[in-house]
Structures are given as structure tokens and as C-alpha cells.
Design a protein around this ligand. Structure first.
Ligand SMILES: Cc1cc2nc3c(=O)[nH]c(=O)nc-3n(C[C@H](O)[C@H](O)[C@H](O)COP(=O)(O)OP(=O)(O)OC[C@H]3O[C@@H](n4cnc5c(N)ncnc54)[C@H](O)[C@@H]3O)c2cc1C
Length: 424
């Protein structure tokens, strides 16, 4: 019997593993499962709606789903319909590519006030994730504070700073676009706990801020002076980042434009507010007592995700949990790295799976066993054809020139996916 492999999670990592194995071992049978009825993980629910995946990555994902040896099973979850022990009995190799857990909390007083969001949850809401609850109250938001110094913090600040016209083609549902447009924004603050040179912003993203139609970046001059003093000691990447900030700072301030104010070396002390958050008190660790209060009715903590899965502790540095059991993507590396990095890494995991599986014939039931198991547990899986029906329905419902209008309710996704085919 052919080698049987199951990949849990159809985000960038799971898709890249599937594509690589399908290409290098076309005789292997690969099952790709996801707890959601739709594939793509954070490439669908995390990416900023004004970003488009590059063509190379899109092609890898498309090849994974189209491969004859790959079967997609949506709406089935590890930990709900089955556990790892079930899968290890059924398959020659199991690859866990379930991503990373939940938004990291700031853990300061008041951080549970309404209006304080994690970046992952905020992006999920923007992108129509059926499992993310009610939207933040945007109509009263005049000031936004994004806490964080990485690429996601900048993605969020840039997206919120865009005018409605700039977002006209973005992959946003009309109601989300309307909610963003209704924000009476006066300022956006991006606040980092380290100095400017320790930022993990992509220099290209910093440079691109000058193209924004209605907004202007305003950089703390003291942070720039401090960074400039170290200019001779910097590596190439840091120099590029500093150049990008200097170029933004060189433009004279236009008071008519929405400011995106960059602050550095500030740590949140406390969130204050009655019904919801109204202001955040920050402190400078080097100047005790010199606190800074910023007004903010929406605070987004873009400080990374937290790994929550029990198998995290079992990983070795090449993604092996136990013989025949592997991890890939953020489930392997923790919540850091772009899609391109994750895809490259996942392909190495795929190579390792194939190498260690060898060429001996398989004795495991694989897909037939999975189908039986799902039947006994009453799970209604969504097939590739089911996802294609969702995809077609979302594209047909798009308010042009937007690419799609997302089905935001789990039941609507499942109803739209329903069809006559059987998964086996
Ligand atoms: C807010 C945000 C914005 C980002 N923006 C960018 C960007 O602009 N550009 C970029 O290159 N990268 C970006 N990234 C990073 C990128 O999203 C990750 O590199 C990538 O998605 C990680 O891929 P993954 O497959 O490991 O995890 P994920 O994308 O999280 O995929 C995991 C999949 O596993 C499924 N799953 C989870 N648990 C189970 C279970 N128990 N059973 C079955 N299935 C399960 C999930 O539904 C999901 O489909 C961003 C990340 C975040 C959080």
C-alpha cells in the first residue's frame, strides 16, 4: 500500500508540506485537515486586507489543493474528532501544522477593558473569521494606540491610516469597510518598548508610509537622534531601517494629515477608562516617574502570539515530536516568521518526512481509516469541492472591485459547502 500521510492544519505550512510531498512522492496519499471549513489559515484570516499574496506562494497553495494525491478535509479538528494517538495509528506519518495559539496579553491593569484588542483577533475580525466575536466599537474611536514594534503593528497602523479610496479594492467586506470609514480618527500611535533600532518593522513597509494619501508618519526626534549617534556601528539592515525613518522625518509636518506617531522605549503601565478604554499610561524605564499618557479608544496589542499546544515541549529543532510525528510552520517554530519563511521551512520538514518514511510498503489504513473514524464520530467534513463552492459563492457576492465578500458565519460556510460528493 502507498505511504499515508496526514497533515493537521491547512495554513501556509500545511499546504507547503502537502505540495512538496505530492510533488516528490506522487504515489503517497496525503490527507490535509483543518478545523475550519476553509483552507489557508492566517493567509486568509491574518494577512492585512490591503495585502495580496505573492504569485509564487499562491501557486504553491493552488498546486497543493489541486494535487490528485491530496484530499482536503475541512471542519474536522485534532482534539475534537480525534487525537494524535488516533492519527498515529491510522497513518505512516503525521504532520502537525496547527499554527500558534492566541494573542499575547499585555498583562497590565485594565488590559481587559472593552476596546483593547489583540492584533490577531483584530485581523481575524477584519478578515471575517467565523470564530471571532463581535466587532470593536469603532464609531467612537478618535485615537488608536498600536502597541508593538514588529511588522504586524505596522500593518495595522497602515491599514487604519488608509483612506476609503485607498481601500476601495481591498479584500474587505462592505460592512467592515464602512466601519473603518466611520472612525473619526485624529491620531494613530505606534508604541514600542525598545529603541528605534530594535524595531522589527520591515524597512520597505516604513518607507511605504510616505505614499499614504491622508496620513503622515511623525517620528519621535529624540529616538532618531539617539539612533543616528550609533549609525556607524550598524549592520546593513539597521542602516536601511534608519534611512527609511529619516526619510519620513525629513518631510515637513502637514497638520491637515492624520498623524501616525511613532514612540519608542515606552512600556504600558495601565489602561484607564469607564465603559471602555480611554487612555493608556506609559512609562520610560530609564526615566522613572516621567510617565506619558496617550488618549486611545482603541488599543491593539501587536506583541505576538502565545504557543498553547501541549506538544510544543516535545519538539526538537528540526520539527520532530516523536517517530513518525512531525511539526511544521508556527507549530514548530513558534509564532514568528513570514509566510515565505514558513513555506521554505515546511518544505524541509516534508523532505525529512519522506526520507524517514523510507520505501517499505505501508500497512496503515490511512484515508479509509480516517473516513471510518469520522463517520463513527458524526463529523461533517468539508471536501475540496465544498471549499470551491464557498470560494465561488464569496467571489460571486463581491461588491466589485473587491475580490470577494466573505461568509462570516460558520453555519453559512457549512451550508454553502454542502454537496453530493463523498470524501472517500
Ligand atoms: C496578524 C498577522 C498578520 C500577518 N501578516 C503577514 C504578512 O503580511 N505577510 C506574511 O508573510 N506573513 C504574515 N503573518 C505571518 C503568517 O500569517 C504566518 O507566517 C503563517 O500563517 C504561519 O503559517 P502556519 O501554517 O504555521 O499557521 P496558520 O496560518 O495559523 O495555519 C494553521 C492552520 O491550522 C488550523 N488548525 C489549528 N488548530 C487545529 C486543530 N486542532 N485541528 C485542525 N486544524 C487546526 C487553523 O485553522 C489554520 O488553518 C501574519 C501573522 C499575523 C498573526
Amino acid at each position: 500500500m502507498a505511504l499515508s500521510i496526514i497533515i493537521v492544519g491547512s495554513g501556509p505550512a500545511g499546504l507547503a508540506v502537502a505540495e512538496r510531498i505530492a510533488h516528490k512522492a506522487p504515489q503517497a496519499r496525503i490527507d490535509l485537515i483543518d478545523n475550519l471549513p476553509v483552507p489557508f489559515g492566517l493567509a486568509r484570516y491574518g494577512l492585512a486586507p490591503d495585502r495580496v499574496l505573492d504569485k509564487k506562494t499562491t501557486a504553491i497553495f493552488a498546486r497543493a489543493l489541486a494535487a490528485k494525491s491530496v484530499a482536503f478535509w475541512g471542519n474536522v479538528a485534532l482534539g475534537r474528532e480525534f487525537d494524535l494517538a488516533d492519527l498515529r495509528t491510522l497513518y505512516d506519518a503525521v504532520v502537525v501544522a496547527t499554527g500558534a495559539g492566541v494573542d499575547r496579553q499585555l498583562n497590565v491593569p485594565g488590559d481587559r477593558l472593552s476596546g483593547v484588542w489583540g492584533a490577531g483577533a483584530f485581523m481575524r475580525w477584519l478578515n471575517g473569521d467565523p470564530e471571532t466575536p463581535s466587532p470593536p466599537p469603532l464609531a467612537r474611536v478618535r485615537n488608536v494606540i498600536v502597541v508593538g514594534q514588529g511588522s504586524v503593528a505596522l500593518e495595522i497602523a497602515r491599514l487604519l491610516a488608509r483612506s476609503s479610496k485607498e481601500l476601495a479594492k481591498a479584500d474587505l467586506d462592505p460592512e467592515v469597510a464602512d466601519a473603518l470609514a466611520a472612525m473619526p480618527l485624529k491620531s494613530i500611535h505606534v508604541v514600542g518598548r525598545n529603541d528605534l533600532l530594535a524595531s522589527r518593522f520591515r524597512p520597505g513597509d516604513v518607507a511605504d508610509l510616505k505614499k499614504l494619501a491622508r496620513a503622515q508618519a511623525v517620528i519621535d526626534p529624540e529616538a532618531l537622534t539617539h539612533a543616528e549617534a550609533l549609525a556607524d556601528t550598524l549592520d546593513r539592515d539597521r542602516k536601511t531601517l534608519l534611512r527609511a525613518f529619516n526619510a519620513l522625518a525629513a518631510a515637513p509636518r502637514d497638520e491637515a494629515r492624520l498623524p501616525i506617531r511613532f514612540h519608542f522605549y515606552l512600556r504600558p503601565l495601565r489602561f484607564d477608562g469607564a465603559a471602555g478604554v480611554e487612555r493608556v499610561l506609559f512609562t520610560r524605564p530609564d526615566r522613572l516617574g516621567q510617565n506619558l499618557a496617550l488618549r486611545g479608544e482603541l488599543v491593539i496589542a501587536a506583541i505576538g502570539l502565545e504557543r498553547t499546544a501541549a506538544y510544543d515541549r516535545l519538539l526538537d529543532d528540526r520539527g520532530l515530536i516523536a517517530p513518525g510525528l512531525y511539526a511544521a510552520g508556527w507549530a514548530k517554530r513558534g509564532p514568528a516568521g513570514s509566510i515565505a519563511e514558513i513555506v521554505a521551512d515546511a518544505r524541509q520538514v516534508a523532505d525529512r518526512v519522506l526520507k524517514e518514511a523510507g520505501t517499505a510498503p505501508s500497512t496503515r489504513p490511512g484515508r479509509a481509516g480516517l473516513a471510518r473514524l469520522l463517520e463513527t464520530r458524526g463529523a461533517g467534513a468539508v471536501s475540496l469541492a465544498g471549499w470551491q463552492r464557498i470560494d465561488a459563492a464569496e467571489k460571486a457576492a463581491a461588491a466589485k472591485p473587491r475580490p470577494r465578500r466573505r461568509l462570516r458565519v460558520l453555519n453559512a460556510l457549512l451550508t454553502t459547502a454542502a454537496g453530493p460528493e463523498r470524501l472517500l
